[in-house]
Write a protein that binds this ligand. Structure first.
Ligand code: PLP
Length: 452
């Protein structure tokens, strides 16, 4: 048992002191689940300020794809920093041009693409929405229930994975209509293929009764839904969306902020189904931790933007571009394939794990974007939220950093460079943590406290 890596009570004394200082001066809005205070990281390991070592299977919310402080990324950032830290988007520099050229080679769009540079996922989504409105002259959009696209007023209008993200902020950007994301584990519609059912709902109900297709600028969709529960859509769904968009002159925007840059074992998740978007948003793993986002669009679309239509100060920051170029090299040549291989191994291990615990309803995912949904029982499929939250906390106490998504799904989004032995360690810690949670549930039940 790897519990030996935890040497103090958690949080330890140094962490406790920092947490007390933080509570006085840092916004309480951050949704932090457990008190991990990092000192430093290396690869898939992270140490807290008290010297406890953790296996990091959260990777800064799917950001540190190349692992913590990969030497090639650090060197690229240091080299860039020696030359200049900033120049602004009013000028040109080679790193930004090279990154846009690289995206032109790598993107899932067959023809030429152009890129706009941002600092985050939400800013990339805002830019994509503005581009779609600008070039179509249409005002409406479709998004998906359970989607997460960010927290600024445009992206927030689409975000619908938890009501706390919306509560207190109405009105957000008008014109967004949500439709269900296809979920074969929890079907909303009749029939076996929830993807086709959602497509029929859009075409035959929504477009017919309340949202004129000719007023819709774009459909914004995550090729694999992230925060909403790590849902992999049924085959044919994204292709069906493509056809529907083409039929009505609607642009298709793939939000690959979480699923992109090797996370799913392909450079972009949409490549699992060979479907091309018109516009794609990126951030998170693109810079290995440096804040960079990109909007990648067909050249025929982005070149319609006129001078001054959209811009920013920090877009294309030289350190971020250098980090992204180094990241893309590592992912393209090593880590994408590693994510596919180790991801398959991990899913097989989790399915063995699931066979031992009826509380696991479903294991799903692609590459190293894997979700394990917990339910009170497999018949009713009632989300076991309390057990999920307790498992995440116990895993932290045992030295494994995890996060949840959806209502009761444990999500695994480790660095893309992990080995099978990292997976073995994580699964062992998971066993131990879930045994502890279930034992405490049993003892609570025997005292008459409700589980779930
Ligand atoms: N889009 C997706 C799919 C995301 O998962 C996220 C963040 O989790 C965002 C957009 C927003 O990114 P950011 O937090 O960098 O604004």
């Amino acid at each position: 048992m790897h519990k030996t890596h935890i040497k103090t009570d958690l949080p330890g004394p140094k962490a406790r002191e920092l947490l007390a200082r933080d509570a006085l001066v840092v916004s309480p809005s951050y949704p932090r689940d457990y008190p991990f205070v990092i000192s430093h990281g290396k690869g898939a390991q992270a140490w807290d300020v008290d010297g406890n070592r953790f296996l990091d299977f959260a990777a800064g919310i799917a950001v540190c794809g190349t692992g913590h402080s990969h030497p090639a990324v650090v060197r690229a950032v240091q080299d860039a920093a020696e030359r200049f830290l900033h120049i602004s988007s009013d000028y040109w520099h080679e790193g930004q041009i090279r990154l846009a050229e690289r995206m032109n080679q790598l993107s899932p769009i067959a023809g030429p693409v152009m890129s706009f540079f941002a600092q985050s996922g939400t800013e990339s989504v805002e830019a994509a929405l503005k581009l779609a409105r600008y070039v179509t002259g249409r005002g409406r959009f479709l998004g998906f229930i359970g989607g997460f696209h960010g927290r600024t007023m445009g992206s927030l209008a689409f975000t619908s994975s938890k009501y706390t993200q919306q509560k207190g902020f109405f009105p957000t950007m008008p014109g967004v209509t949500h439709v269900p994301y296809p979920n074969n584990y929890r079907p909303l519609f009749a029939g076996d293929d929830q993807g086709q059912a959602v497509l029929r709902y859009i075409e035959n109900e929504l477009f017919l009764h309340s949202v004129p297709a000719g007023e819709v600028a774009a459909i914004l969709v995550e090729p694999i839904q992230g925060e909403g529960g790590y849902l992999v859509p049924p085959d044919g769904f994204l292709a069906g969306l493509r056809t529907l968009c083409d039929r009505h002159g609607i642009l298709l925007i793939f939000d690959e902020v979480q699923s992109g840059v090797g996370r799913t074992g392909k450079m972009f998740a949409a490549q699992h189904w060979n479907v091309e978007p018109d516009i794609m948003t990126l951030a998170k793993g693109l810079g290995s931790g440096l804040p960079i986002g990109m909007v990648v669009a067909k050249r025929s679309i982005m070149q319609k933007w006129t001078r001054g239509a959209h811009g920013n100060t920090f877009g294309g920051n030289p350190l971020c571009c250098a980090a992204a170029l180094a990241t893309l090299d590592l992912v393209e040549h090593q880590y994408c394939a590693n994510a596919a291989k180790v991801g398959e191994y991990f899913i097989a291990k989790l399915r063995e794990f699931a066979a031992k615990y009826p509380v696991v309803g479903e294991v799903r995912g692609k590459g190293l974007m894997i979700g394990m949904e917990l339910v009170t029982d497999r018949g009713s499929k009632t989300p076991a939220k309390k057990i999920c939250d307790a498992l995440i906390t116990r895993a932290y106490h045992n030295g494994l950093l995890l996060l949840a998504c959806g209502q009761s799904t444990v999500r695994f989004m480790p660095p893309l460079m992990i080995t099978e032995s990292d997976v073995d360690e994580a699964v062992e810690l998971l066993h131990h943590s879930l045994d502890e949670v279930l034992a405490s549930e049993r003892s609570a039940a025997s005292r008459g406290v409700a589980a779930g």
